[in-house]
Design a protein around this ligand. Structure first.
Ligand code: RIB
Length: 290
């Protein structure tokens, strides 16, 4: 089986700051690092490092060859990444000493995917493959519908959260991942709690409290604790968790095994600076003790 990721590709400019800026404040950064990022690229790299075959469907601008090259070097399939005439997406990420962040996104080329590109990519997918999307590209609902029509397992990581975007893909989903606050916002918008959405698998991430899986068919709940770690930079930890969970599903692991492994990967990620480039390999995750 394989994972197909309709996902963003960003240049992450990460600024280490003494605190997160407030309105009107000018702040000097202590350090600037540039990483490969984007929730999509982060999930692709995480799933590859967890052992899956991943095909990334996305777009970069004329300035994005380095990002595609890096995804390729990391083992991600890049055949379905288009080059368009719009600048590559980027993120300006402020990180304070306790690891909390603020992110400004320029989505650029990530919003320039076409129906033809999507059709061409998904024509190579097999029934039972996983299709994952986040909310940083266009073509989400089109992809979700096509994925369902191809017999794929359609997954959605609802980040950055937008209730309308989630509701547009809801009818096609097998798997939804979102955080506690977003689950509340979705309930307000749709009138339904996670177990009433008609989705087979819902994971609610709970930050320092871990994550909860709700089986939409039986109502069974599985709680997985977060691991104790001193945060350095929380950016990309959620994407790492999602990529590892999806890879576990792809490799036939039950969620009772995939989620604890993903929680370990996310904990390692929280303890390091950066995004896609520093996502831990499976061996590191398996060897880590907390
Ligand atoms: O989730 C972290 C990601 O959000 C960063 O890599 C940034 O590019 C934004 O997409």
């Amino acid at each position: 089986m394989a994972i197909w990721n309709l996902g963003s590709i960003n240049a992450d400019m990460v600024y280490a700051l003494p605190h997160l800026p407030v309105a009107g404040e000018t702040l000097a950064a202590r350090r600037l690092d540039r990483f490969l990022g984007g929730k999509g690229a982060n999930m692709s790299v995480a799933a590859v490092r967890a052992g899956s075959e991943v095909n990334h469907i996305g777009a970069v601008g004329p300035d994005g060859a380095w990002a595609v090259e890096r995804l390729k070097d990391y083992g991600t399939g890049i055949r379905d990444i288009a080059q368009v005439d719009i600048p590559t997406g980027h993120a300006i990420i402020a990180v304070e000493p306790e690891g909390e962040n603020q992110i400004i996104l320029f989505l650029g080329a990530n919003r320039a995917l076409t129906q033809d590109q999507l059709d061409q990519a998904l024509s190579q997918a097999n029934a039972g493959d996983i299709l994952v999307m986040q909310n940083e590209t266009n073509m989400q609902a089109e992809a979700a519908r096509a994925g369902r029509d191809h017999g794929m397992r359609v997954c959605y990581a609802a980040a950055p959260f937008d209730a309308d975007a989630v509701q547009a893909v809801l009818p096609f989903l097998d798997f939804l991942i979102l955080n506690e606050v977003e689950a509340g916002q979705l309930k307000e918008a749709s009138g339904k709690s996670p177990d009433e959405l008609g989705i087979k698998d819902v994971i609610i991430t709970l930050g320092a409290k871990g994550a909860r899986h709700i089986d939409g068919e039986t109502g069974a709940v599985l709680n997985v604790p977060a691991l104790p770690v001193t945060p350095v930079d929380t950016t990309g930890a959620g994407d790492t968790f999602t990529g590892y969970v999806l890879s576990g599903l792809d490799q036939g692991l039950p969620l009772s095994e995939a989620m604890p492994l993903a929680a370990k990967a996310a904990a390692l990620m929280v303890a390091r600076h950066g995004t896609a480039d520093v996502i831990p390999e499976l061996k590191e995750v398996q060897a880590a003790r907390f």
